[in-house]
Design a protein around this ligand. Structure first.
Ligand SMILES: Cc1ncc(COP(=O)(O)O)c(C=O)c1O
Length: 362
């Protein structure tokens, strides 16, 4: 059995089959959930929900779209709610059917999946270690010269990097179709200044995708949405299966969005914990790349024969899950990715990594 056999982190059933522990006996650094969540507001909604399961969900998620429109300042017609951001990525690829789509690698695997299912080919825009994996404008320009679509994470997963303003401006001005995945942007204080949501609502060549599962820590309840021109949204809706967004997601969404205290608390916590965790990991000899969001890409010390695959396995035996970077095309087996969790979990990880790298045995 393999931990990442289905291509993603957070696969606790595969972890159970691999390491023989119960799912709740793992500390999961392999999926990037907000450890402060889910917010308390969902308790009351969950209790109430039993009265709704005998009805079909609203096929067009009216209430949730209304709340999202208010929260993000765009018309409701510009919003499509999906069964997680993953469904929105798939719909974006299917509605545009790219011939050649530029992907900045390493990146989230679903971009490639969605594009290839839609019949498109991929063009790799390299993110280079010497640039700390930041997209270079010359590489973006070269991709725009060749591709009919560009699909990027903002911030990008697994590197945690944001796009520099000149790259964002170039994307907006180029006229090339852009699918921008902002699944982790809500962790960042400057979310509204950095987001292309407003642009997407007016442009026929931009789809912005957002997730609510990471920030609110509700991945089991799938909630994501796309923002685009009403014509694009209508075409995406036509491809969506009926009732794909269940009524629990539709009821929780507005309640989660209204919890502004949770947003403030999360951003404050992340700023402090990221700084501390980065410093501690660096002291262990790991190279930690600057991340704008709630996960960290790291590299093992140069010249070591140890691999992150081995580290992942040894930590897994000890009930700790991390991502093996070599699963992302563009990275090798010296790279890994860690979610930032609460202090006590982060301390356990640091001790376990120390034992693996420097101890007599893990
Ligand atoms: C960059 C990125 N985008 C989108 C998603 C999918 O999010 P959701 O759970 O909303 O489908 C993920 C999930 O890991 C992700 O890492």
């Amino acid at each position: 059995m393999e931990l990442e056999q289905y291509g993603h982190g957070g696969d606790l059933r595969s972890a159970k089959e691999t390491y023989g522990r119960n799912e709740d006996a793992f500390i999961d650094f392999s999926s990037n959930m907000n450890p402060l969540g889910p917010p308390d507001v969902i308790q009351h909604k969950l209790a109430e929900y039993v009265n709704h399961i005998f009805r079909y969900p609203d096929p067009i998620s009216r209430e949730l779209r209304k709340s999202l429109a208010l929260a993000y300042g765009v018309p409701e017609e510009c919003i499509l709610v999906g069964n997680g951001a993953a469904e929105c990525i798939d719909l974006a690829a299917r509605v545009w059917k790219p011939r050649l789509a530029g992907l900045a690698r390493p990146c989230f695997s679903e971009y490639e999946e969605a594009i290839s299912k839609a019949g498109g080919a991929e063009y790799t825009i390299p993110l280079k270690e010497e640039n700390q994996f930041r997209l270079q404008i010359t590489d973006l320009q070269a991709a725009l010269d060749q591709c009919d679509t560009i699909c990027l994470g903002h911030p990008n997963n697994p590197t945690g990097t944001l796009l520099a303003k000149p790259c964002l401006d170039l994307l907006k001005e180029s006229g090339c179709r852009v699918i921008l995945d902002e699944a982790f942007l809500d962790f960042i204080e400057e979310d509204s200044e950095l987001s292309l949501i407003q642009h997407a609502a007016q442009s026929l060549s931009c789809i912005v995708i957002r997730s609510m599962t990471k920030f609110y820590s509700v991945p089991g309840i799938r909630i994501g949405f796309a923002v685009a021109h009403p014509d694009t949204i209508e075409a995406m809706r036509a491809l969506q299966i009926p009732w794909s967004v269940n009524s629990l997601a539709q009821q929780l969404g507005p309640a989660l969005l209204s919890d502004s205290e949770f947003t403030v608390r999360t951003r404050q916590w992340l700023q402090q914990e990221k700084e501390w965790f980065t410093a501690q990991l660096s002291q262990l000899g790991l190279k930690v790349y600057p991340s704008a969001t709630n996960f960290l890409l790291f590299a093992l010390p140069q010249g070591t024969s140890y691999t992150v695959g081995r580290l992942q396995h040894e930590l897994g035996l000890n009930g700790i899950l991390i991502r093996d970077g070599s699963r992302f095309p563009g990275l090798d087996n010296t790279f890994g990715r860690l979610a930032i969790r609460l202090r006590k979990d982060n301390e356990l990880l640091l001790k376990a990594v120390y034992r693996c790298l420097h101890g007599p045995q893990c």
